[in-house]
Structure formats: structure tokens, C-alpha cells
Write a protein that binds this ligand. Structure first.
Ligand code: 2M8
Length: 500
């Protein structure tokens, strides 16, 4: 049964043996083939069965992982995502390129009511965390290391798409922060990427599905072995009610703000926006993009970094979301609380967050199978070890904090998360999330973003030998995910150097 677990103060950070050369080879090969099986030529489905479409923040992680294999294909991923950008700058959270049994699909989102929707591709009507420019900067970094065509294409891509990313960040900084609080407002828990996190329990308690909520049949439960790993029906009804409210507001942010039930300042989204805006400004400046745009990005970074800093709880040292309906800070021990590590801004607070993250309430908790970032502290009363974003470990979150620590000069801490992240993935399931106490893989298997960050972790192990990963993924035989036939549209990841 899910219970908060005691903290063992005596347990220090554990040292893990590195994966053996055979494990490294298998992991690289298997990760490459998961991505290949999920590849649909110009985009990657988030997972073969549960998520058969392109998700926004998944695409960012996928792109940076693919870049270790093929820079052009990684750029294609981001290009396809930008194909779904709305006229107001929003990058929608799902792009529906084909029909499927995923629910809620386009017929439920009804984005035809929205003036800003894009032509040519069906999308959802909300967004997800702005990880994309962070991914782009990693891709550029990789491409420059490789040089030649890769470098040329990546640099050209940054210049060509600079205005599009700027528009995306500007959308979040204006339409989603009209009063300049420095916290990005989200209108749905799905916009945080952490759908049922206890971060949202208080705001969701004020979401009351009306009698006119259209009936629905969930499809997600058909794709997992145990429904308790997914959000409950009550939670789902609230998710769909908010969707309904967005449709009724014609996806206009001002109208929704005046009438919608869920309006929350999301601290993790804000930190990502700050960090990504700085990175885009750096890349833009270096590559000669318009100075006004670069300056605007610096301003966005400053405002949201301040917003994140203001959210810090002096008691816990964690950052907090803000319920903009009630004006209450949301005190929850979720991994989003470490947002400051992502955007920086206060050395002492960062050190405190680093120690907390690696300490016994979090990654150093004595009961964890692997010392990677749990979505909720195992010492918190909110911790549920098998339930989606209420406790399990999400490899992408671990990647994010390893990246953040590395960027703020905390290499040792970053390496410990990376080593633990690799050890966790040695089973090659590339699961959506992991049971933190037993290490069991949960949710969807062959999840693209998990495979992608495995490739990135492997490449980062030996920076001088990044090419080895590429060779391995080419040479090993194809693996078909258990119980599936690869669709006819499955394509090879194109080798580097391809044009067009
Ligand atoms: C999960 O979210 C979708 C809705 O967007 C779902 O449960 O149907 C979340 O984990 C989200 O963060 C992720 O992007 C998505 C696809 O992996 O799945």
C-alpha cells in the first residue's frame, strides 16, 4: 500500500557501478531502435500505443536525444513541431497527424472555434512546458562538436526559427502573465506536463464539472496493466471540464481567465521559460539575430527568474506554485520545487536546493531503488509510489535536473544524477516512469523521451566518443516493441549529412 516512508538520515549518496560495456551497447542500440520504431518520418510519436501522436515537450526531449544520432533528423522534429504553432505564438501540447484511438482527440478539442489555430494540422488547444529552446541549444552544441554539415544546418536552423521561438516565449510572457507577476499562468494541469501532481490538488478542488460535461469514454486505461497507475475518473472528469471551458472561451486567454476554474502560476514552467529565454538570447546574439529580439528575451528571462525567486519558501527552500484564483501559495513537496536550479539567480538558495535534492528527503532517501529524482518526496504525505506524477520517478525529470546542475557548475551532483539515471535504464524498457521503491517500470513502455534521454546520458558519459553511440544504433538488429508490428510508415533515422 502507498504510504509515506520514513527518512533514514544515515544514508549518504550511494555510489553506483557504471554500466558494463555490454550494457552500454545494448542500451544504446535498444534506445535507438525504440526511437526508430516510434519515428513517423518527420516526427516521433510519444509512445507506440498510449500516446500515438506528437507531444510538445516530449518532442523537445526526443529531439535532443536524436541529435546524438542525427542532427538533421533532430532539427526536423523541432521543425514539425513549429508547424503546429498557433498565430498567437502558442505551441500546442499535441499535434494530431493521424487518426487514432487516443482520447481526447481533435473532435473533443474542437480547435476550429479558435481564431489562432494553425492551418494544415489538427492540434489540441493548450500548451506544455517550454523545453524546446533548451533542446535546441543542446542540439547546436552537439552539431558544433561534430562540425561540417551538422553545424551548418543547426546554425541555419537557429537563425531561421529564431522569431518563431521568440513568439512562443512572448506568448507565455504576455498572454500568460498579463500582470507581469513573473509566473507563467497555466489553465489546465496538463499544461504543466505533470497532470495529476499533488501540486494541483488544491486548485482542482475548485473545479466542478457541470452537468453539461459531454459524456466520455477513457481509452488510456486500455493501454496500462493497472489503472491505479493513471489518474482517477474523478480527476479525468475535471480535466475534461477544463477542456470544455477552454472551448467555450474559444481558446481566448482573456475570456478563459475571466471564466475558467483553474488559473495557476506554474513555477517550473516559469523557470524553464527564464532559462530557455537566456539560451535563445545567447544563440541569437552569437548568430546575428535581431538585437531587439535578443533584448526582449533577456527581459523575459529576468522577469521570470525573479518570479521563481519570489516563490521560494523560506521554510522548505522549495519553490512554490501560486493559485491565482485564491492567491494561495501551493506548499507541496514536488520535484517542481527545485525550479530555481533550472533558472538560477541566488547562489545560496541554489546550494540549499542541491543539498536538499541529493539528501535523504529526495534522491538520497533510503528506500529508493535508484537515487534519481522522484516526482514527489518519498517523505511527503502526498507520496504515492505507483501513481503517475504522485511519486514515481520520471527519467526526463532526472535528466532535466542533471542538466540544470551541470549548467550551474555543480558537476559532481549532475554526474551522480546522470549515473543513477543510466543505472535505472539498464533494463532497456524505457518506461514512461518507474516505481521508486522497487524500480519496476510503469506506464507505457518504449516511451520516446525516455529512450532519447538514455542516448543523451550515454553520449555525455564520454564526450569525446559521442560517435560510438551512432555506430551502435546502426549496427544492432531492429527490435520490435513487444506485442506490436511496426507500422508501414516506420522509417530509418536518417544518417547525418542528409539534405532537405
Ligand atoms: C502525459 O499527459 C497526457 C496528456 O497530455 C496524458 O496523460 O494523456 C504526461 O505525462 C505529459 O507530461 C506527457 O507529455 C504526455 C506524453 O508523454 O503524457
Amino acid at each position: 500500500m502507498d504510504r509515506p516512508t520514513p527518512i533514514d538520515e544515515r544514508v549518504p549518496g550511494r555510489s553506483l557501478p557504471p554500466p558494463s560495456p555490454v550494457e552500454v551497447a545494448l542500451m544504446a542500440g535498444r534506445a535507438g531502435y525504440v526511437l526508430k520504431a516510434n519515428d513517423r518520418d518527420t516526427f516521433t510519436v510519444a509512445s507506440p500505443r498510449l500516446y500515438p501522436h506528437m507531444w510538445s515537450w516530449d518532442a523537445g526531449f526526443v529531439a535532443l536525444g536524436i541529435a546524438t544520432v542525427s542532427v538533421p533528423r533532430a532539427l526536423d522534429e523541432l521543425r514539425t513541431l513549429l508547424g503546429g504553432q498557433w498565430a498567437n505564438g502558442m505551441i500546442p501540447h499535441i499535434l494530431f497527424h493521424t487518426e487514432s484511438d487516443y482520447f481526447p482527440g481533435p473532435e473533443r478539442w474542437r480547435t476550429q472555434v479558435a481564431a489562432a489555430r494553425p492551418a494544415g494540422v489538427l492540434t489540441s488547444g493548450i500548451c506544455q512546458p517550454p523545453i524546446h529552446v533548451i533542446a535546441l541549444s543542446r542540439i547546436l552544441h552537439d552539431a558544433r562538436r561534430k562540425g561540417g554539415d551538422d553545424q551548418e544546418q543547426a546554425e541555419a536552423f537557429v537563425v531561421e526559427t529564431f522569431d518563431r521561438w521568440l513568439a512562443w516565449h512572448r506568448y507565455l510572457a504576455t498572454a500568460r502573465d498579463p500582470h507581469q507577476h513573473g509566473l507563467v499562468e497555466i489553465h489546465h494541469g496538463w499544461e504543466s506536463g505533470m497532470d495529476d501532481s499533488p501540486r494541483w490538488d488544491a486548485p482542482y478542488a475548485n473545479v466542478h464539472p457541470g452537468p453539461d460535461l459531454p459524456p466520455f469514454v477513457r481509452r488510456d486505461l486500455a493501454h496500462v496493466s493497472d489503472p491505479s497507475q493513471r489518474p482517477s475518473d474523478t480527476e479525468y472528469a475535471r480535466y475534461l471540464w477544463l477542456l470544455e471551458q477552454k472551448v467555450r472561451a474559444r481558446y481566448d486567454d482573456v475570456t478563459y481567465r475571466a471564466s475558467g476554474d483553474f488559473v495557476v502560476g506554474d513555477v517550473l514552467v516559469s523557470a524553464l521559460l527564464a532559462a530557455a529565454s537566456d539560451l535563445l538570447a545567447d544563440m541569437g546574439k552569437e548568430l546575428g539575430c535581431p538585437v531587439d529580439g535578443v533584448n526582449e528575451l533577456r527581459g523575459i528571462a529576468r522577469r521570470f527568474r525573479s518570479g521563481v525567486l519570489r516563490s521560494l519558501s523560506p521554510e522548505t527552500g522549495l519553490c512554490r506554485d501560486l493559485d491565482l484564483r485564491t492567491g494561495e501559495w501551493l506548499e507541496v513537496e514536488s520535484a517542481a520545487g527545485f525550479a530555481l536550479l533550472i533558472c538560477g539567480g541566488d547562489e545560496a538558495a541554489i546550494r540549499r536546493q542541491r543539498d536538499l535534492l541529493l539528501g535523504p528527503r529526495w534522491c538520497g532517501h533510503s528506500r529508493l531503488r535508484w537515487p534519481t529524482v522522484p516526482s514527489v518526496s518519498p517523505a511527503s504525505p502526498d507520496f504515492r509510489q505507483r501513481t503517475y506524477w504522485r511519486g514515481p520517478q520520471w527519467p526526463v525529470l532526472n535528466w532535466l535536473y542533471a542538466w540544470a546542475l551541470n549548467r550551474s557548475g555543480e558537476q559532481e551532483a549532475a554526474n551522480s544524477l546522470r549515473a543513477a539515471g543510466l543505472a535505472q535504464l539498464v533494463d532497456c524498457d524505457f518506461a514512461e516512469y518507474y516505481e521508486p521503491i522497487t524500480g519496476e517500470s510503469l506506464g507505457s513502455k518504449d516511451q520516446s523521451w525516455t529512450a532519447a534521454i538514455a542516448l543523451d546520458f550515454l553520449a555525455a558519459r564520454r564526450p569525446g566518443r559521442r560517435r560510438a553511440v551512432r555506430l551502435l544504433t546502426r549496427e544492432l538488429p531492429a527490435i520490435t516493441p513487444a506485442g506490436t508490428t511496426p507500422p508501414a510508415s516506420v522509417r530509418q533515422i536518417r544518417p547525418p549529412g542528409r539534405t532537405g
